[in-house]
Design a protein around this ligand. Structure first.
Ligand code: AHR
Length: 494
């Protein structure tokens, strides 16, 4: 770290596109994410379109949901897709063994998920069941989704009201199979993956993006084993899940936390950089041309559930701390656009680091929502490589880099720079040297609040929201940005 901040944006060195899919979301059959969060049913008093909440869908469309991962998570390896198609009254029930032992009535299944994706304008990302399902079941699901016609599953699909194939691209072959997905070793899973994958077919639409179960955070052995044991052309990506959790047995309150806890959460969040570099170094040895995408299909902050709520439902509030996790993490993803090409924050509505929370017919947008909305200018834009020298965020003799940044140029030629200052007590002056570009005008928005513990409630839904940013001054090739403590800024240069 440096005593002073300095950012250099190298517009002349741009070559990689930031895939919009790193801005993906995740919706599991868990607590109130699907039921109550997205889906209330056609007969609900809550305004809906074919059962999907209008308020949630409209807000998420504005933010942008490039892809949505479903039905889990741990739930995916217990899910039998055929129980979720056909007339609802005939669909069998099951117990959601991982999440609260609730009874799942399967009223939200494949057709409902595809309807949700269509309303959101999101690409579906479906995670198949390798842990407790059969090879045949997985093969038939892909056939049901993607076969154009004539096959038994395409026939069943059209009997259920859908003639055309959906041409689903993103497909996960198991989830966390080192844990809830069957407690397998990497070596064993690699063999099982090959067996399942061997029978899955492409049916003329876009080629299936085949994703094996990704690693647990810093489990580099998992990545190494899959890269070594599975033929590379049979996988489209590989990666890891990483949660910013202080301590799995004592995660701490989502809202009532100390600066020390905030520091520890941010330390975990910023570990994303090292994880990408180290998993990436392994992938590079086998795949130097970076054909495989790195996929971070679960990430975000994880705290104790809100007092009085079901511990199996993972319902937590969302503060400025979460905005800082999101801003810093998305900057890291952008800067690794050459390898990181798919990611999903966990989980969209009412679960973990959600972008929206609901209570009956009410909905609020969280600080995390606002970061995703501010950063959507980077979707599919050309990444502008930058270097960052930053002051420290210091606490009790330890230090983290205070400032992070990323930049891109969109198709209309506008340049966007996103910055975070994670230090909750200090402002940052950030001089930015704009190499290889000409700009005459700067505007921006900032997300900041009095305290890092601030959050939106159903009574005060707009306590934390972005405002116009007036702290950027442009002079020739230098842009000087004055960032408030604990803030996220997006700048537009023309
Ligand atoms: O997102 C919650 C859970 O975290 C997912 O179901 C699982 O994949 C992970 O352990």
């Amino acid at each position: 770290a440096w005593a002073q901040n300095r950012v250099v944006v190298n517009a002349d060195l741009a070559k990689d596109t930031i895939s919009r899919h790193i801005y993906g979301h995740f919706a599991e059959h868990l607590g109130r994410c699907i039921y109550g969060g997205f889906y209330v049913g056609e007969d609900s008093d809550i305004p809906n379109t074919n059962g999907m909440r209008n308020d949630v869908v409209a807000a998420l469309k504005k933010m942008g949901v490039p892809n949505l991962r479903w039905p889990g998570g741990c739930f995916a390896d217990t899910y039998h897709w055929k129980d979720g198609i056909g007339p609802k009254e005939d669909r069998p029930s099951m117990i959601n063994i991982f999440w609260g032992g609730t009874t799942e009535d399967n009223s939200f299944g494949t057709h409902e998920f595809m309807e949700l994706c269509q309303q959101l304008g999101a690409e579906p990302f479906i995670n198949g069941n390798l842990g407790s399902g059969t090879v045949q079941e997985m093969v038939e699901w892909v056939e049901y989704l993607n076969h154009p016609g004539g096959a038994p599953m395409a026939k069943l699909r059209s009997e259920n009201g859908r003639e055309q194939p959906w041409n689903v691209q993103f497909f996960g072959i198991g989830n966390e199979n080192w844990g809830c997905g069957g407690d397998m070793t990497a070596e064993y899973y690699a063999d099982v993956y090959k067996r399942y994958n061997n029978y899955i077919r492409d049916y003329g639409g876009p080629r299936l993006f085949r994703l094996p179960s990704t690693a647990n955070s810093a489990d580099y052995h998992w990545t190494e084993t899959l890269m070594k044991n599975v033929p590379l052309h049979t996988m489209s990506g590989l990666g890891f899940h990483h949660y910013s959790v202080i301590n799995w047995s004592d995660k701490g309150s989502a809202t009532n936390f100390s600066t020390e806890e905030y520091f520890q959460t941010m330390e975990k969040a910023l570990q994303m950089e090292e994880l990408i570099q180290r998993h990436g170094a392994i992938m590079d040895r086998y795949d130097p041309k970076k054909r495989l995408a790195m996929v971070v299909d679960e990430w975000g902050g994880w705290y104790d559930v809100e007092p009085g709520t079901n511990p199996g439902f993972l319902y937590q509030q969302n503060t400025m701390r979460d905005a800082m996790i999101a801003g810093a993490t998305l900057n890291i993803f952008n800067n690794h656009a050459d390898r990181v090409r798919l990611a999903n924050i966990a989980q969209t509505v009412n679960v973990l680091q959600a972008v929206a929370l609901t209570d009956g017919n009410k909905m609020l947008l969280t600080p995390t929502y606002h970061v995703f909305e501010m950063y959507n200018v980077h979707h599919d834009a050309l990444m502008l490589p930058l270097t960052v020298e930053t002051a420290n965020f210091e606490l009790n003799g330890r230090a983290l880099p205070a400032v992070s940044a990323s930049a891109s140029k969109d198709q209309s030629g506008k340049i966007h720079i996103t910055l975070t200052n994670i230090d909750p007590t200090k402002k940052q002056e950030v001089p930015i040297n704009l190499r290889g570009m000409k700009a005459s005008k700067v505007s921006g928005r900032v997300l900041a609040s009095g305290k890092i513990q601030d959050y939106n409630t159903f009574d005060q839904p707009n306590k934390v929201q972005p405002t116009e940013f007036k702290g950027a001054k442009l002079k020739g090739e230098t842009l000087t940005v004055s960032m408030p403590p604990a803030s996220v800024v997006v700048l537009e240069l023309q």
